[in-house]
Design a protein around this ligand. Structure first.
Ligand code: GCO
Ligand code: MG
Length: 405
């Protein structure tokens, strides 16, 4: 089954997505997601100019060989753009293999390990009360785990919480340049305990709670935060510290029993190797798009399972429904699956463009039996939504110092 054509489509049905369509000489095609938020055109150029010509004529069944060819074979390993390009191609090839076999991808991975997979939804708000109201909305729908984020009093704008009624900064667009948001660790510490204390008071102990710090703390501050939140029994604290230096997590681990989750910006298994091997983290949050596809995610999950680390794939709306579907298949299979982040399958606009075979019920998702990834992409509909330049915000301390986002 030879690869005949590789199409790269950048569209913006609500937000930008990079979609790869690999067409074979049998007529079977596969779809992949290569979206890197705020750097979409770099992936598109990488794919069109450097990757697509090398794929034409290859056997679409040779997923592993193509993966190695695009990773080792280019000399320049790793990096978000390279790995997103590999991720998109890899997903599309698994989609093709599944369609050719007449089987959903989770069957090719080894079959179902569970009936459905558990989600954590997002509750955010401008006040603790608002956040808890949004949490009530999710709890009433049957969600078993919720991530809580609340605006920080005294700071104008907080990560994941917008004043202008849109729920998430990820849905912003039409901004000429990156917006800037202030950060104060002191003010953050002054509010954070109340959020979790009130959530436990109102919703009791039978629901999982998570929180994303977005890499704003130093290791010792993260240790302190973990300790402060221990009474509220979090499922995990996410991205407490930026961990280019994986050793930092030894300090966090030494100071708290609050479980740690990490990995949404990682590209390869090497980025999380020490964290996993030393058992400094509990959940690995890498995404199929950014980590190099299903082939890489499978390897990472197996490696993590040796060290009691579970998977919790990134599920932000800046991944396209194709990546969410890839996670669905991985989550059905992975024996060490933990939880899946969920911010909806898509918007009204993106649902015009992407189709997927996933069913949400009671805070869990089941994956249908469609062959391959069970996704489709309407190229005509996508044409209505051309690419729009868009950026993530930048974070600064109140004195203007650039801070981790
Ligand atoms: C999450 C993430 C997102 C990211 C976004 C960046 O946990 O869902 O932190 O909110 O910030 O995906 O592009
Ligand atoms: Mg995050």
């Amino acid at each position: 089954m030879k690869i005949k054509e590789v199409r790269v489509i950048v569209s913006s049905p609500g937000r930008n997505f990079v979609t790869v369509k690999i067409i074979t000489d049998t007529g079977i095609y596969g779809l992949g997601d290569g979206t890197v938020n705020g750097r979409e055109m770099a992936v598109a150029a990488y794919l069109e100019e450097h990757v697509a010509p090398c794929l034409i004529g290859r056997n679409a069944h040779d997923i592993e060989d193509i993966w190695q060819y695009l990773y080792k074979g280019v000399y320049w390993r790793k990096g978000p753009i390279t790995m997103a390009a590999i991720g998109a191609v890899d997903m599309a090839l698994w989609d093709i293999k599944g369609k050719a076999a007449g089987l959903p991808v989770y069957q090719l991975l080894g079959g179902k390990s569970r009936k459905a997979f558990t989600l954590y939804g997002h509750a955010t708000g401008n006040t603790v009360e608002d956040t808890l109201e949004n949490m009530a909305f999710l709890v009433n729908q049957g969600f078993k785990a919720v991530r809580l984020q609340s605006a920080i009093p005294g700071l104008d704008g907080t990560y994941g919480v917008l004043g202008d009624k849109k729920n998430y900064f990820e849905l912003q667009s039409d901004r000429p340049l990156p917006p800037e948001l202030p950060w104060s660790t002191l003010k953050y510490f002054n509010m954070i305990e109340e959020l979790f204390a009130k959530a436990r008071e109102r919703f009791g102990n039978n629901i999982h709670l998570c929180h994303d710090v977005h890499s704003r703390l130093t290791p010792i501050e993260a240790g302190r935060l973990g300790k402060l939140l221990e009474p509220y029994n979090l499922l995990f604290l996410e991205d407490a510290v930026a961990a280019e230096n994986q050793e930092s997590y030894r300090i966090v681990r030494d100071h708290t029993t609050t479980p740690q989750a990490l990995g949404e910006i990682y590209n390869t298994i090497w980025d999380c190797k020490d964290l996993i091997q030393n058992q400094w983290i509990d959940y690995i949050r890498m995404a199929a798009t950014h980590a190099g596809g299903i082939t890489a995610m499978r390897r990472i999950a197996d490696f993590a399972s040796m060290y009691h680390v579970r998977t919790a794939p990134h599920g932000a709306p800046d991944l396209s429904p194709i990546c969410h579907a890839a996670h669905g298949h991985l989550n059905m299979w992975a024996p060490n699956f933990g939880v899946q982040e969920f911010v909806g399958f898509g918007t009204k606009q993106s649902n015009e463009v992407f189709k997927y075979d996933l069913k949400l019920q009671d805070g869990m998702v089941s994956v249908g039996d469609s062959p391959g990834l069970g996704v489709d992409f309407d190229e005509q509909a996508a044409k209505k939504y051309p690419y729009k330049r868009s950026y993530l915000p930048v974070s600064r301390l109140e004195d203007g110092t650039l801070w981790s986002w």
